[in-house]
Design a protein around this ligand. Structure first.
Ligand code: FES
Ligand code: FES
Length: 159
């Protein structure tokens, strides 16, 4: 029998209070309990970045974080990222640059890119490359992804 714990946190700007099993991951909480399926299950082991979310503004692999550890934190998922101006520019830029093929890596990459641009609004190519190195893409070879992020960075930097 699983033991539950009450948690209170902010999810995409909305205060939430939930009861979650102690062994549940944040990824399971988002996808299975809350229906936020934009966050993807890839490896389940912290290796692929498909499950990336922002926790207190820092990118985290949600498959490695227990749901109970969301207590008192501020979570933003790809659904929340897309609702913001930077997220919308990233989404448009990913499409324009052909950085989306199968699309499985795209939500995690957009969250990661949002984190990167929040820390450094004008990253050079090497900084972008290093910033997304934990997010694996099997399809694109990364060139188009880097171009898409760089285009948004240039736009943000120049206003
Ligand atoms: S599913 Fe979390 S890092 Fe791969
Ligand atoms: S577009 Fe398919 S894994 Fe990146």
């Amino acid at each position: 029998m699983s033991v539950n714990c009450d948690i209170t946190f902010t999810l995409n700007g909305v205060a939430r209070r939930l009861s979650v099993p102690l062994e549940m991951s944040t990824l399971e909480l988002l996808r299975d309990q809350l229906g936020l399926t934009g966050t993807k299950y890839g490896c389940g082991e912290g290796e692929c970045g498909a499950c990336t979310v922002l926790v207190d503004g820092v990118s985290v692999n949600s498959c490695l974080m227990f749901a109970v550890d969301c207590d008192g934190r501020e979570l933003v998922t790809v659904e929340g990222v897309i609702a913001g101006a930077t997220g919308q520019r990233l989404r448009d830029s990913f499409v324009e640059k052909g950085a989306v093929q199968c699309g499985f890596c795209t939500p995690g990459l957009m969250v990661q890119a949002t984190h990167l641009l929040a820390r450094d609004p004008a990253p050079d190519e090497e900084t972008i490359r290093r910033g997304i190195e934990g997010n694996l893409c099997r399809c694109t070879g990364y060139r188009k992804i880097i171009d898409a992020i760089a285009t948004v960075a240039q736009g943000e930097h120049h206003g």
